[in-house]
Every structure is written in structure tokens, then in C-alpha cells.
Design a protein around this ligand. Structure first.
Ligand code: SF4
Length: 385
């Protein structure tokens, strides 16, 4: 684990130096211009694009409203370039206790056209960085590929999406059948991994009726837990669902904002999530409230919230003020106070720093002590970078 900001910079520079022996000037410049070199991680980590577009055309998918197409091209960066982009990203922390990585947010990472690139990305990230990796997929993964992935990152967090069996031809007409996905779970478990059922998106009117059956089958196949996630709707998605004969009244009734145009509107699913959690618990499966928890867990760790929510029964020690003071001191900030609000450590500090550095400090404390962090600065930050 990098101890401070200086050490993070040195490790990133070292990796850039190693990669500059393997990449041409042009390849390095391409990596530097890529959004992976700039994007701020989300609370659940940094999403990595393995392709552009997706041919699976799931009826509920929002990527087409974001401008992605129905064909896929492998992402233009080769694996070493992707790592070069990551270590050039000012918000990225390398290492086993660094930024969480998620593959497969705006495409399916194991399509025939992108599978080898995705495995190449996993290989390069494991070789140069060691950051915890998670992927979500609907594709069938055979035993050989499950073993390949397990050899590259034995802690990798596989999320296998299954949200319906009955309505799959209406909702996921081009994706492999749920039966094949249960088989994927089996193959991943046999390879020594900890597969997790990804119940996302929860579709009201469907999930309520099918989730018990799906969880039981996933458990039987070897899934150790569940991550459930809500549904976001646009006008196009609503129209497609209606055209496929999926009842939309309940979805509209639960929408938290008016559904207009391409704006993704969240649909209330908290009550259904609760039922999924109850079922998971009764089956002896872990219920992870967020995907990042599953990523941390399969890599042998846990966070403050997982302890508080009884997802794990392990001891947790909050960082002492002196530890936070030392970290802030490196960045020229003075610690004023700390307190816990919900599941977040609030750090009150005084001093001047860039927004980038403040974010990096939050990330550093978050990953070091496994707790969400918010730094409140007495003085307004300068946006230097
Ligand atoms: S597989 Fe994923 S990215 Fe592709 S269409 Fe389905 S939901 Fe969208």
C-alpha cells in the first residue's frame, strides 16, 4: 500500500518508465489523450471500457441513449497503453489497496470481438498494478477461460447478470440463455473464484416474481452472493419495453422523476431489493449493498460499512486522528477534527490544495482504511489542475 502522496507519484512514474520501454511515442500519446487518463473514479471505483458499442441490445439498456451503437469495436488501447493511461490519471492509486477497477459498464466485456482484449487488460492490470478487478458479464464462460482469468487474478470479482428466466427473449434476446449463465457461475466457482449473482436492473413486476427462483439456481450453481441494482429508464427504454409486451404501468408509477427524452430516470426498487436481500440471507448468500463491496470481499478484504451492516463479522478499527493528521500533513493541510456521519468519515482540515489533490487524499484515506471519506476544507480549494 502506498503510504503517502509522494510514494504514489513515485510508483506511478516507475510504472510509466517501465512501459515507455514497451510503447512507442505515438502509443504513449494516444494513451495520454484517452479518457482513462483523465476520468475521476466513481465511488465504486474506475470503470474501464473494453469495447465501444454492444450488439446484445438488451431492451432495458441505456447505452444506446448515451450515443453507443449496436455493433462493437474493441477498445482502441492495447493493454500496456491502458495501464499507461491509468498511471497517468491524476486520481488513480495503483496497487492491491488502490483504486477499484470495474470492467463492463458500457458494453459487455466478453463478446467474441472483445474477449481477448478484456483478458489482456486483466493480465496487464494484474502484472503492472495489482489493483482489485471486477467484471460483469452475460456471456458464457467455459472452464478454460474461467481458469485463465483465475490464474491472472485469483481474487477477481465476477458478477454474472441474471435478472429473468421467463422474459429473457423479450428483455435480452441476443444474450446467452440464463441456463448458460448459471453454467458460467459453475465454471468460475470450479476455477476457485467467488462468482456473484448480479441482479441488475431490477424490473418491477418481474423481479418480484422471479427472484427467489433465480437466487436458488445461482446458489446451487456456486454463487456466493448477490449484488442487486436498480433500473434507470429513458423514453426510448420505456417504449421498447412496451413494444415487447412488458407491463410498464408499475415502472411508470415508481419513476422518481418524469420520464422524458434520453435522461436516465431512476425507478424506485428499494422494497424489491429488501426482498432480494431477505431471500439471499435465508439461502446463506452474502448480500452486497454495492458492487464495490463485492470487489473488496473477493479480494480478501472488507470495509467499515460491511462491518456495520453485518455483511462480514470482522473487527474494524477506525483510523486514529494522528494517522489522518500525518496523511494530511504530507499535503500541507492541518487536521482540525474528524467525525463519522452515517458510513462516511468526515475530515475537517485547514489549508490550501488543488481539487485534484483533495480528491486523491480522500481516495488514499478511503482505500487505506476502507471507509468512505469526505474532506471538508476550511478554505476554498484552488482548482490548480
Ligand atoms: S449486454 Fe450490457 S451493455 Fe450490452 S446491451 Fe445488454 S445491458 Fe447493454
Amino acid at each position: 500500500m502506498p503510504r503517502d502522496l509522494q510514494e504514489i507519484m513515485e510508483i506511478k512514474q516507475e510504472i510509466r518508465d517501465r512501459l515507455s520501454q514497451k510503447l512507442s511515442k505515438r502509443e504513449m500519446n494516444e494513451a495520454l489523450r484517452d479518457h482513462h487518463a483523465r476520468r475521476r473514479p466513481r465511488p465504486c471505483g474506475l470503470t474501464i471500457h473494453t469495447g465501444i458499442g454492444c450488439p446484445l441490445r438488451c431492451t432495458y439498456c441505456y447505452i444506446y441513449d448515451m450515443g453507443f451503437g449496436i455493433t462493437v469495436k474493441p477498445y482502441p488501447l492495447k493493454p500496456e497503453q491502458l495501464v499507461y493511461a491509468l498511471v497517468s490519471n491524476p486520481y488513480f492509486i495503483p496497487g492491491h489497496d488502490g483504486t477499484l477497477i470495474a470492467l463492463g459498464s458500457v458494453t459487455e466485456p466478453f463478446l467474441p470481438q472483445t474477449k481477448e482484449l478484456t483478458i489482456g487488460y486483466i493480465d496487464a492490470i494484474s502484472t503492472y498494478l495489482g489493483n482489485p478487478i471486477q467484471f460483469s458479464t452475460k456471456m458464457y464462460m467455459d472452464k478454460r477461460n474461467a481458469r485463465r482469468i483465475a490464474d491472472l487474478d485469483p481474487g477477481i470479482s465476477p458478477l454474472i447478470t441474471i435478472i429473468t428466466i421467463k422474459h429473457r427473449s423479450k428483455l435480452e434476446p441476443y444474450a446467452p440463455s440464463p441456463e448458460l449463465r448459471f453454467k458460467t457461475i459453475e465454471n468460475l466457482a470450479e476455477a476457485g473464484l467467488k462468482p456473484i449473482l448480479f441482479y441488475r436492473p431490477i424490473i418491477p413486476g418481474i423481479a418480484d416474481k422471479e427472484h427467489v427462483d433465480i437466487l436458488m439456481k445461482a446458489k446451487h450453481a456456486g454463487a456466493i452472493g448477490v449484488v442487486a441494482g436498480g433500473l434507470r429508464i429513458t423514453e426510448n427504454i420505456l417504449r421498447r419495453l412496451h413494444e415487447k409486451g412488458i407491463p410498464i404501468d408499475e415502472i411508470v408509477r415508481r419513476s422518481l422523476q418524469p420520464i422524458r427524452g434520453r435522461k436516465q430516470v431512476p425507478i424506485k426498487t428499494s422494497d424489491i431489493k429488501k426482498n432480494i436481500m431477505k431471500t439471499a440471507t435465508s439461502l446463506g448468500m452474502k448480500y452486497f449493498l454495492q458492487a464495490c463491496m463485492a470487489n473488496i470481499y473477493t479480494h480478501g478484504a472488507y470495509c467499515f460499512r460491511m462491518v456495520k451492516e453485518h455483511i462480514v463479522s470482522e473487527p474494524y478499527r477506525l483510523p486514529a486522528p494522528s494517522e489522518i493528521r500525518d496523511i494530511l500533513g504530507e499535503a500541507g493541510l492541518e487536521l482540525l477534527d474528524t467525525r463519522i456521519a452515517g458510513y462516511t468519515l468526515i475530515v475537517y482540515a485547514r489549508g490550501v490544495c488543488s481539487k485534484t489533490k483533495k480528491f486523491l487524499l480522500e481516495e488514499l484515506i478511503k482505500y487505506k482504511y476502507r471507509i468512505c471519506v469526505s474532506i471538508k476544507l476550511e478554505k476554498t480549494c484552488f482548482t490548480l489542475i
